[in-house]
Write a protein that binds this ligand. Structure first.
Ligand code: GLU
Ligand code: MG
Length: 510
């Protein structure tokens, strides 16, 4: 028996993650379709005990949608038991929407043309909770949080469930003998919210599908241009304390909170860990930061280049390395003295470079994120790698260090769906390993190198994805074409929108 004190900090314990204890109720949809491991049954037993002992009244059953946004339902304590046996239903149309909430597929046609079954009539999908992810929300009264995977009502997998999709790709990597370690650097902006005292919205802030409402009005919280300035971060100490308290109480592996270069720009880093866990952690950390900030008069955004951030976009730098499944040994460390990388790391790196254009569709999935790929901005603009060079797309770092060698891809934006971003990396890298691709030489002048450019728009990245056979082979044609359809519609809406730029450029001149 584990004692209560051994539970997570958020559960009133000592800071360890809640661990399996009991094998609990079987029977129902989850048991019938054998959707949980023994560890998940045991975690569900522990979940029930925590709910009872701490008087939890509400549990949020949440899943990551295609955009990496959490959606789900909040269930009462009375309903949670049934949800742990049978799951929770949600409309399948949630997976067919662009970020504005507009359905991109004909959901009420007999064949909504998704390419996989289960989407006609906006019928139900089933959220299957993963009880090993259960946490208590430090900022909401008596409320628990559990991440879910999606299943069809007949128990079969939903290929468009991005959390499951990453796990499928990690299984493929494991079959090749490797597991993936990921370290996260996530930049973001926090502004002071100019919100109404009654908490309400103005009428023009209300959105419709394909026509989002007016964005929030905000003010800067820091002056910018003073990277890692200690006094600057001290001025934002209320925010630092707020985020530290919230993220550590969620048992997220927060490593640092930093003042970034741009005005109102911050960064968190998470301790490196298993790729599947890291993806969950990013999803939870982003939601936690937004919710904590909103409750304290701030507006946090993971949009790469929001208005007011002209001097510095935000990126999501993804440190990645492989370890051997059997021994756990790091396999990126050089085997020859003087080399920066092992042969396996070289192949993986070559895969990242070869597939950079297609992978950008997942690493930088918004219209806005492509405005970040500027020279001399610490963001990459072309497909090169360098040894500890922060202007290169991939930075090889760590040779001879205690943490070991890793490849830091600087392509991603912080809003990326973490499951798809990480999956895109391992699909690229694994293809490099399987084909024994060789990387070009490292560059020392990354913004002048004679190398292919990164896509300059979401449309270019989607064209690269459509043309890349490795992604179709790894994910299957239906998943790739679902994603292309969603994102092409988002880009078409952007192109059709008459922007402030056009008005300023032409209206008074011609
Ligand atoms: N904000 C930069 C980017 O867009 C990165 C700054 C840094 O090196 O931390 O990736
Ligand atoms: Mg940074």
């Amino acid at each position: 028996m584990r004692s209560v004190d051994e539970r997570a900090v958020a559960d009133g314990g000592d800071g360890h993650r809640a661990l399996p204890m009991l094998a609990a109720d079987r029977g129902g949809f989850i048991d019938r379709h054998q959707l949980w491991t023994d560890a998940q049954y045991a975690a569900a037993g522990q979940l029930r005990r925590v709910v009872d002992e701490l008087g939890i009244e509400l549990i949020r059953f949440s899943f990551a949608d295609q955009h990496g946004v959490l959606r789900g339902k909040t269930l009462t304590r009375a309903a949670a038991g049934a949800a742990l046996r049978s799951g929770v239903t949600v409309p399948s149309s949630l997976l067919l929407k662009d970020p504005s909430g507009a359905s991109v597929f004909p959901v009420f046609a007999a064949d909504p043309q998704v390419g996989v079954p289960g989407f006609a009539g906006a019928g139900d999908l089933v959220l299957v909770p993963d009880p090993t992810t259960f946490r208590l929300l430090p900022w909401a009264q008596r409320t628990g949080w559990v991440l879910c995977d999606l299943r069809l009502p007949d128990g079969s997998p939903v290929p468009l469930c991005t959390r499951s999709l990453l796990r499928g790709q990690l299984d493929r990597l494991a079959a090749a003998g490797y597991a993936m370690t990921v370290g996260v650097e996530l930049e973001f902006h926090v502004f002071a919210a100019d919100a109404r005292p009654d908490g309400g919205l103005d009428a023009d802030q209300v959105g419709r599908p394909a026509a989002p409402g007016r964005p929030s009005v905000v003010r800067p919280v820091s002056r910018g241009a003073q990277l890692l300035h200690e006094d600057g971060l001290d001025r934002a100490d209320d925010l630092v304390q707020l985020l530290h308290h919230g993220l550590t109480r969620l048992d997220l592996p927060l490593r640092s909170l930093e003042l970034e270069f741009g005005p109102s720009q911050f960064e968190i880093t998470l301790t490196a860990g298993d790729a599947a866990d890291a993806a969950d952690q990013v999803l939870l950390a982003r939601s936690a930061i937004r919710q904590l900030c909103r409750r304290h008069g701030y507006h946090a955004t993971f949009m790469s280049r929001p208005a007011g951030a002209e001097t510095a976009s935000t990126g999501w730098h993804l440190h990645q390395s492989l370890r051997a499944v059997d021994s756990g040994a790091a396999v990126f460390d050089p085997t020859t003295p003087g080399e920066a990388l092992s042969p396996v790391a070289g192949h993986y790196l070559a895969g990242l470079l070869e597939h950079a254009g297609a992978a950008a569709a997942f690493a930088t999935p918004t219209v806005n994120g492509y405005k970040r790929y500027l020279p001399f901005s610490l963001a990459p603009d072309r497909v090169v790698w360098g040894i500890d060079n922060k202007g290169a797309m991939v930075r090889a770092v760590g040779a001879g260090s205690d943490t070991g060698v890793r490849l830091e891809n600087r392509c991603g934006e912080p809003a990326a769906n973490p499951y798809l971003y990480i999956a895109s990396q391992l699909i690229s890298g694994l293809d490099g390993i399987e084909r024994r691709l060789a990387p070009p030489p490292a560059v020392e002048d990354p913004y002048a190198a004679d190398a292919p450019r990164l896509p300059t728009s979401l449309a270019e990245a989607l064209t690269a994805l459509a043309a890349d056979p490795a992604f179709a082979a790894a994910l299957g044609d239906p998943v790739v074409s679902w994603y292309l359809t969603l994102k092409r519609r988002e880009f078409a809406r952007y192109l059709a929108y008459v922007s402030d730029w056009e008005q300023r450029e032409y209206f008074d001149l011609i």
